[in-house]
Design a protein around this ligand. Structure first.
Ligand SMILES: Cc1cc2nc3c(=O)[nH]c(=O)nc-3n(C[C@H](O)[C@H](O)[C@H](O)COP(=O)(O)O)c2cc1C
Ligand code: SF4
Length: 627
């Protein structure tokens, strides 16, 4: 695609798609007809440029209506938002769910990531290749393929966050009324039906929470118990009592409770939440922003989806409390683009809460003002990194920023920003219900409260499980019914693709921050992925390496080059075409891993070797083998 301002003009449908989202252009400054006023009025350009943060949603509006973003459409977006085309092109090509080359309206994304591989996803993709044809691979840029109205293609996808119902797939149909559906337990016949255009409702995900209705649940107590679209049912089950308590007690008291609770972030980095809230509340610069990180793209993670689909009002209430405590008037939920049902439920919860005075200018009649907006990701794992979230919301490429400055000082739009994970926020409701000290008595002194774990892979009853911190890995596996089909356990991947493999003799490890740290492991985002003796772990490592290579934003050299070299070395070992011997390749992998850990800007590069390293050193995967 040419990077100069192009002559390409949008089709009527593309123009309509964008105008529906942005409203009709008001002046020549934003792509409307130039009239006399434009000759001497310069203010319009500034106004249009101030809407840069609408770039990603604008591109998404075109993608979901047309199925791809043509040069003409991109040009029109640039005119409307006064963005240089090269800049907008850089953003459009950053996100896997957006396409700047022709694609048909109907696209099937089939997960071939590690949890789905335990349930036959690799074989399923091979069957699709044999029966339907290879996964869609576009031609060179500028290759103007014309698709018929009913054409469909399939693509391989990284983890879709439906690991409890593996294998998973996502179907998207671009239209004036676009369709997006995530569904599990995929088989060849079902995928073929979807490609043929039969979008049967029976393919909706319908997995039930394994612990549904258990009286000991705190975070998940309403999931699969109440109607997630009913505010009245939410309130009848204790909803909005925590906000009432917060408004009565005041911001400082809320922060004190969260601090006393010793709540630690559940997004992976385990930062003390009370300290973060206090730091934002103290910032003199205004306004403050609140962001809920609902990007959840770590392979094997689906706990936040379960909350958002099953109890969306809880997140809206928890965010309102967080905003009240830290002085934020505007909040964003940054949700991954592959979660259509969760997005729909949250939007409904936000609209309902606003209509009932629980969001808006006068929350619960207290005079406190707070409102919420959803921003959808575009299929980029790196956008879960907190500063990448800021860039993505601002309409830039989702690349992490250097820290410091830290988000509490300089976050989204350059303002103090509180960013927390979905599960972290929902814990606050429980803290206000029972009080910080009582909450701190749950779990262990170093890891307080309940914790959600995502059990997947070869377990009998995959799903999200809530337990107090300190439960052992063995107990967790037993809760999920143990290894499926009574097979022996080969290994567990703890913490996701950025996590660590542990051996079957390490199952008595307590699942706490301190317990896993002592065992040189990590809880990460709460993934417990079991592999039975039938799984060949080398292709699993190759998939993990491909994931990091693909998801690296490419901004820093150790990560951009290291993830490629790591994958290459693993392929050489796997295909027995080593340069020298396997020992030499393993030493090279170790050096690459060290460089990535030491010199990468963000957690992606720093953890890209973790799982591979643990497979080599902990599982001794390549020891004594002829590989
Ligand atoms: C590559 C990468 C991806 C991440 N993805 C997520 C994510 O999807 N959700 C999340 O809450 N945190 C994610 N994080 C962690 C965030 O940077 C941040 O620590 C977190 O949102 C803070 O919230 P918490 O304190 O409530 O845990 C990611 C970090 C990295 C390095
Ligand atoms: S470590 Fe990787 S993902 Fe993170 S900023 Fe650097 S290149 Fe991007």
């Amino acid at each position: 695609m040419d990077l100069r301002l192009m002559d390409a003009i949008p089709t009527q449908e593309e123009r309509e798609a964008l105008d529906l989202f942005l409203g009709a252009p008001q002046s020549g400054w934003e792509g409307g007809l130039r009239d006399e006023r434009d000759a001497y009025t310069a203010g319009g350009g500034h106004e249009a440029r101030a809407r840069r943060h609408l770039l990603l949603p604008a591109l998404q509006a075109i993608q979901s209506r047309i199925g791809w973003i043509s040069e003409g459409a991109l040009n029109y977006v640039c005119e409307r938002l006064t963005i240089p085309p090269a800049d907008a092109y850089g953003v459009a090509t950053f996100y896997a769910l957006l396409s700047t080359v022709p694609r048909p309206r109907r696209v099937l994304h089939v997960c071939d990531d590690i949890a789905c591989r335990c349930k036959g996803a690799a074989e399923l993709c091979e069957q699709l290749e044999r029966t339907v044809g290879p996964a869609y691979h576009h031609g060179p840029d500028g290759d103007h393929v014309v698709f018929a109205e009913n054409d469909a293609v399939w693509l391989r996808s990284p983890c879709l966050g439906l690991c409890d119902q593996a294998p998973a797939a996502l179907v998207t149909v671009a239209d004036a009324k676009p369709i997006e559906r995530l569904f599990g337990h995929a088989d060849l016949a079902g995928l073929q039906r979807l490609l043929a255009g039969e979008l049967a409702a029976s393919l909706e995900p319908r997995g039930r929470l394994p612990q549904a209705g258990d009286p000991f649940l705190r975070l998940l107590r309403r999931v699969d118990v109440i109607d997630p679209t009913s505010l009245d049912e939410y309130r009848a089950h204790g909803g909005y009592e925590a906000l009432r308590t917060a408004l009565k007690r005041g911001p400082e008291a809320v922060i004190r409770e969260v601090t006393d609770a010793k709540l630690m972030g559940r997004g992976g980095a385990a930062f003390p939440t009370g300290r973060k809230w206090d730091a934002v509340a103290r910032q003199p610069v205004r306004p403050h922003f609140l962001i809920c990180n609902a990007d959840e793209s770590e392979p094997g993670t689906f706990k936040d989806r379960v909350i958002m689909e099953g109890d969306p009002f809880s997140l809206v209430e928890a965010m309102t409390i967080a905003a009240y405590a830290t002085g934020c008037e505007q909040g964003f939920i940054y949700i991954r683009g592959e979660y259509p049902l969760a997005t729909e439920r949250l939007q409904h919860a936000i609209d309902t809460a606003r209509a009932r005075g629980l969001l808006g200018d006068d929350v619960m009649g207290s005079g406190f003002r707070f409102d919420l907006e959803i921003r959808r990701g575009g299929g980029a794992y790196i956008c879960g990194e907190e500063t990448a979230v800021f860039n993505s919301i601002e309409g830039l490429r989702g690349e992490p920023r250097n820290k410091p400055p830290f988000p509490v000082q300089v976050g989204v739009f350059g303002k103090p920003t509180l960013i927390n994970n979905v599960e972290t926020l929902v814990n606050v409701l429980e803290i206000l219900r029972i009080g910080g000290p009582a909450y701190a008595a749950i779990g262990t002194p170093g890891s307080t409260g309940p914790r959600l774990f995502c059990l997947c892979g070869n377990v009998t009853r995959p799903g999200v499980y809530e337990v107090p911190f300190g439960t052992t890995l063995r107990q967790m596996l037993n809760m999920a019914g143990g290894v499926a089909d009574g097979r022996p356990l080969q290994a567990v991947l703890l913490g996701g693709a950025a996590g660590i493999f542990v051996r079957p003799d390490e199952l008595d490890m307590p699942l706490t921050f301190e317990g896993t740290r002592a065992a040189q492991a990590t809880l990460g985002s709460g993934v417990i992925m079991a592999f039975d003796d039938r799984i060949d772990l080398v292709p699993i490592l190759l998939r993990i390496a491909a994931f990091f290579r693909d998801e690296s934003c490419g901004q820093c050299v150790p990560c951009r080059v290291g993830t490629v070299r790591q994958e290459e070395a693993l392929h050489r070992i796997h295909s027995r075409r080593t340069r020298g011997d396997t020992t030499g390749e393993l030493a090279l992998l170790d050096e690459i891993g060290l460089a990535m850990k030491d010199a990468s800007i963000c957690g992606l590069g720093q953890t890209a070797y973790s799982a591979v390293e643990s497979a080599i050193k902990r599982l001794q995967l390549f020891d004594g083998s002829a590989r």
